[in-house]
Ligand binder design. Structure first.
Ligand code: COA
Length: 420
C-alpha cells in the first residue's frame, strides 16, 4: 500500500559550507557557514526561535574528531538550545536519513519547523586512519575480514557489473570527466577543476620543476596513464574515487500550512523512501544495489511520479561505478544500459537525464554525513534557477536525491517538486 505523508512538507531554505580540506576549521565552524547561508536563503526571513527540532546526519565525529554527541553541541553553537537535537548515523546515508526523519517529524504533526544538518570533518586524520574509520561502516564480521576497504568493495561491484553486462571500463572514466566538468562550475566544490585543468596544472608543475613534460593526447589518455591516475583498487583509479572531505550542509523544512510565512517559492518534498539490506556476501548479485531500488520505488509511489518524470538527479557517486548503478537502480536506464548512457553523454547537463550537476560526491567532495543534505542544496538551486553557470535549461520542476550508506545496507531517496 502506498503511504502518503499525513501533512505536506516543504524546503524553504538551504545552505552549505565550501567542501574541501580545512585544517584550520572544526566541524562547528563548517556548520556555522552552512547555517549562515541558509538564513540568507529564506525568502521572507525566519526567526531561529521557530525551529523546534534539529536532525543532524553525521557518520563518525567520534573517530574523525574525537567528538561524540555532536548534535546538541552544534545546536548550542548556533544558538538553538534547548530544542530536541538528534544525531543520525547511517554511514554515508546519514544526511539523507536525517532529512527523512525531519520530514516524518513534520508530517506526523509533532513539529512545524525543523532544521536538518549534515556534517563531517574527515581530514584531521592521516589517510590510512580515515580509510580505517570509514571501514567501520562495513560489516566487520563478513566484509572486512575478506581484506577489503571501501574502494575495494566498489571495485568488486564494478567488476561484477562490467562482467554481467559486458560493459566497457571507459564508462567509469566518462563519469569522472563529466562530474569534474560540473564541479568546475560549482564554487563550493572541493575540486573546481575539469580534467583538462588538472592536466594543464601537471604540465605547468613539470615545467616549473624542470622535469620531463608529460604528453597526453586527451582526457582519456590522461586517465589511462597509471602515473597520472594510479590504480586504487582494480578497476577503480584515483579519479574514480570521491575524495576525503570536510564540509557541512543545512536545510530548513516547514509544514505545508506555514509555508507562506517563509516563502512564495517553496520546494515540496513529494516522495521519501528508505530501505535496508545485508552485506555483500548475502546478495545474489553485486551489479546493483537492492536497497536503492526499494527506496526509489517507495519514493516514486508516494510522489505519484515515474522515473521518466524526474528532470534531474543528485545520486551517490562515492565511486564512479556507483553512479552508473544508481541510474539503473532508480529506473532511469534499464539494467545493463547505465554504462552506455554514461558513454553516450546522456547523463551530462545537456543530456536526456542530467545526473550530478553539482559535480557529485566525486568532484564536489564527500564529507560523508553532509553529502545527503548537500544534494538537496543542489536540487534547490536547480529548481530555483539559481545554479549559475551549471543551471539546467528551462528551470526544471522535479528533482531527486539518492543517498547510499555502506555498500548499500542503507539507501534513501527523496523527490522534490517546485511549486511556484
Ligand atoms: N580524486 C582526484 N584526485 C584526488 C582524489 C580523488 N578522489 N583524492 C586525492 N586526490 C589528489 C590530491 O588532490 C593530491 O593531488 P596533488 O598531488 O596534485 O596535490 C593527490 O591526489 C594525492 O592526495 P592524497 O590525499 O595523498 O591522496 P590519497 O592517495 O591519500 O587518497 C584516495 C586517495 C582515493 C585513497 C582517497 O581519496 C579515498 O580514500 N577516497 C575514498 C573515500 C571513501 O571511501 N569514502 C567513502 C565512500 S563509501
Amino acid at each position: 500500500m502506498t503511504k502518503k505523508l499525513a501533512r505536506g512538507v516543504a524546503v524553504v531554505g538551504v545552505g552549505m559550507s565550501k567542501f574541501g580540506a580545512f585544517p584550520d576549521k572544526t566541524s562547528r565552524d563548517l556548520f556555522v557557514e552552512a547555517y549562515q547561508e541558509l538564513k540568507t536563503s529564506v525568502q521572507k526571513g525566519f526567526n531561529p526561535n521557530d525551529i523546534e527540532a534539529f536532525y543532524m546526519g553525521n557518520f563518525s565525529s567520534d573517530q574523525f574528531e574525537r567528538q561524540g554527541h555532536l548534535a546538541p553541541i552544534v545546536a548550542s553553537w548556533i544558538g538553538l538550545s534547548p530544542i530536541a537535537s538528534v544525531r543520525i548515523e547511517d554511514a554515508c546515508a546519514s544526511g539523507g536519513v536525517a532529512l527523512r526523519q525531519a520530514v516524518l517529524g513534520i508530517a506526523s504533526g509533532q513539529y512545524d519547523v525543523v532544521l536538518v544538518g549534515g556534517l563531517e570533518k574527515m581530514t584531521d586524520l592521516p589517510g590510512a586512519q580515515v580509510t580505517d574509520a570509514l571501514a567501520s561502516a562495513a560489516d566487520t564480521m563478513f566484509e572486512i575480514p575478506a581484506g577489503f576497504t571501501f574502494p575495494g568493495f566498489y571495485a568488486a561491484m564494478a567488476t561484477a557489473y562490467m562482467n554481467e553486462h559486458n560493459g566497457d571500463l571507459d564508462a567509469l572514466l566518462k563519469v569522472g570527466i563529466k562530474n569534474h566538468v560540473n564541479g568546475a562550475l560549482n564554487e563550493k566544490a572541493q575540486f573546481g577543476q575539469t580534467i583538462p585543468d588538472v592536466m594543464a596544472g601537471k604540465v605547468a608543475k613539470a615545467i616549473q620543476k624542470g622535469l620531463p613534460v608529460p604528453e597526453w593526447k586527451d582526457e582519456m589518455d590522461f586517465l589511462r596513464d597509471p602515473k597520472a591516475n594510479p590504480m586504487i583498487a582494480w578497476p577503480l583509479r584515483l579519479f574514480d574515487c570521491s575524495p576525503v572531505s570536510d564540509g557541512g550542509a543545512a536545510v530548513l523544512l516547514v509544514a505545508e500550512d506555514l509555508v507562506a510565512k517563509y516563502t512564495d517559492q517553496p520546494i515540496f518534498v513529494i516522495g521519501t523512501g528508505q530501505a535496508s539490506d545485508g552485506s555483500l556476501p548475502e546478495r545474489a548479485s553485486l551489479s546493483h544495489v537492492p536497497s536503492a531500488v526499494g527506496a526509489g520505488e517507495q519514493a516514486y509511489a508516494m510522489a505519484g511520479k515515474t522515473p521518466a518524470e524526474i528532470d534531474f538527479a543528485e545520486v551517490h557517486d562515492c565511486f564512479t561505478i556507483a553512479e552508473i548503478m544508481a541510474t539503473e537502480d532508480l529506473g532511469f536506464f534499464k539494467p545493463g544500459e547505465g554504462w552506455k548512457a554514461a558513454m553516450d553523454g546522456k547523463t551530462a547537463r545537456d543530456g536526456e537525464k542530467p545526473i550530478n550537476t553539482s559535480g557529485g560526491l566525486k568532484a564536489k567532495g564527500h564529507p560523508v554525513g553532509a553529502s545527503g543534505v548537500a544534494q538537496v542544496v543542489e536540487v534547490w538551486k536547480q529548481l530555483h534557477g539559481t545554479a549559475g553557470a551549471r543551471q539546467l535549461p528551462g528551470t526544471p520542476r522535479i528533482g531527486l536525491t539518492h543517498n547510499v550508506g555502506g555498500t548499500g545496507q542503507t539507501s534513501v531517496v527523496h523527490i522534490f517538486e517546485r511549486r511556484f
